[in-house]
Design a protein around this ligand. Sequence first.
Ligand code: 5AD
Ligand code: SF4
Length: 345
Amino acid sequence: MIDIINKAKSKHSLTKDEIIFLLSCEDGSQIFKAADEVRKKYVGDDVHLRALIEFSNICRCNCVYCGLRSQNSDVERYRLSQTQILESAKRAADFGYRTIVLQSGEDIFFTADYLAEIIKDIKKLDVAVTLSIGERTFEEYKILKDSGADRFLLRIETTDKVLYEKCHPKASFENRVRCLRDLKKLGFETGTGCLVGLPEQTIESLADDILFFKNLDADMIGIGPLIVHPHTPLNGLPNGNFDLALRVMAITRLLLPDINIPATTAMETLNSQGRIIALQSGANVVMPNLTDSYAREKYEIYPNKAGINYTELSEKLSQIGRTISHLKGFRGNKDLPSSNERTFG
Ligand code: 5AD
Ligand code: SF4
């Protein structure tokens, strides 16, 4: 085990069998420690905060695990107006956030041209813009990129094609991969990731997920345990395993040492210390939710989503020797401290 970890630390490459070994060994603490060291060496002690704005919970997809799936009629659907989105973005920028993440269900009311208008306005705030809006065509992604969007999040969820197509009725695994390749081609900083704990998911397929991230040369990876939503077909099944999700994340850090990895809300939801534990096991990003509360409670991907209190977070971070970054936080720190720093609060 120590040999495999040392190989991962120095070469940032592992075989599928070695990954499977690390995912299944009894005690993960050495993996977490190694990932923490690699995180410190490559991306330092800075934690990047990204302001999340959930601007529409309307979704044409029917993902079996998600509370916002189109067949869940129990959800009160909403769409924020252009003005509301801009106001939220402005509030986040005024507070000190250097990245705005615009997230929604797959809501085609927001055409690429309409989103481009919104993005152009937000870019005037001197922030990075990340989109998390699902699958679109190459041409649509190009319009979004040309309007100034910097990054795009689209999790692959699972690289097991059969499982993927079971979990995503009518969707195609090939199209998902096509989207990710298009995003990379267009020059987006591209984020992907997976869900840990899908029914019938195997350790082998999680190893494939990690190798997929490496092969894509993803710039950001978000890993979360599945949290079962009662108004979905997965009702009654167990949640994902926190320790296993943490291992997938830590091994991803070992193989992609300089990328951005969030301590996900799903980790904090399953474990009250989940965010801090993740930040000490390879993560270097936190995504506080800045959606107004009336909309936020309707954006229920899964139940009891954990929140964040800024003051509490900054205290906890300083207790573990970490600092809040004032930069936009691109991969490889392409923005230097001299370029218009800003402070929080
Ligand atoms: N539990 C955990 N994560 C979920 N997501 C969707 N539903 C759930 C759930 N029940 C994740 C998906 C998606 C991201 C926005 O939220 O991975 O990509
Ligand atoms: Fe829609 Fe995303 Fe939920 Fe799937 S995971 S149903 S695409 S909001």
